[in-house]
Design a protein around this ligand. Sequence first.
Ligand code: PEP
Ligand code: MN
Length: 351
Amino acid sequence: MLLRLQKGLPSEQIAAVLGLAKQLGYRAKFLDEHSEILSLEGQGRPDHRSRFEDLCGVRSVIDAREARERHERDGRPDTVVRVGSARFGGGFVSLIAGPCAVEERDRLLEIAREVRRRGATLLRGGAWKPRTSPYSFQGLGEAGLEMLAEAKALVGIGIVTEVLDPRDVEKVAEVADMLQIGARSMTNAPLLVEAGRSKKPVLLKRGFQATIREFVLAAEFVLAQGNTQVVLCERGVRGFDPTTRNLLDVGAVAHLKRATHLPVIVDPSHAAGRSDLVRPLARAGLAAGADGLIVEVHPDPSEVHSDGSQAVSPETFSAIVQDALVLAALDQKRVVLAENVLAEEVAPRAG
Ligand code: PEP
Ligand code: MN
């Protein structure tokens, strides 16, 4: 490991850095006459980098090759996250689709059937919604969870739903096949830890103001609990221009595929905030290397209480599935479709 210390560090702070190095079993040696670049040799562990970064007097950890964190690629093959029939990573692309929120039973069942027959292997839908205003629709809570359980039983599709409160993890995990941790909760350490302990696959969304480093460290909270089933989701970061809801960071997708072994998916719906841009952003995400998509789909957005303006029709979802088949093939990846996917939906386009 290589550390850069602050210039002119008092000797007691240098001693503290050397003390921690010794405690962690490293042999320390300064590489320059000003005692600023410190080389540490020894057996690293995933927590060591943060331990040194937290020390006052350490300006940066220049190289932490021997103390790799759990999310790091480090020559490892892709982690494949399996959720029901869905597979993310390792050459597999899967599609998650459904309403923003669970609102009405019959509608939910209808959407579940629609997205499944069009190729989605997982149904999304929030029972608890993290809203910006406390006066907005907050989701149906447990009643919504029951509807998701019913959709799973009747339609035979896996469920992805958000958990907002660490105290609800157990309850949500009874129904959900994958726990969604939303952008607003990305830094909620107790929630990340509980989700990690549950050993359920976790869909972790990037906070809209989070750096990539903060994002992977949020994943690290889950991984550190021994839960390796983490899918990262880029859903757009806050930009300066209100024309789109967020800025889809396709650079982050390409980077994360290289820097981590975890699957990365894209949420074009929350990035765009507008239904007409969802399909092009879905294409962009897949072209950048995403291992899947999570898309908000609703046949009648005029009736919904959250995110209606970004919901695409089931027909547009089919067009996105078609795009995914083409784009995945470019990267020698395979799109995993629900078994009884509409034959005409996967037929090659004429011309
Ligand atoms: C959602 O998926 O409905 C959602 C609230 O997303 P995000 O956490 O990315 O805003
Ligand atoms: Mn939404």
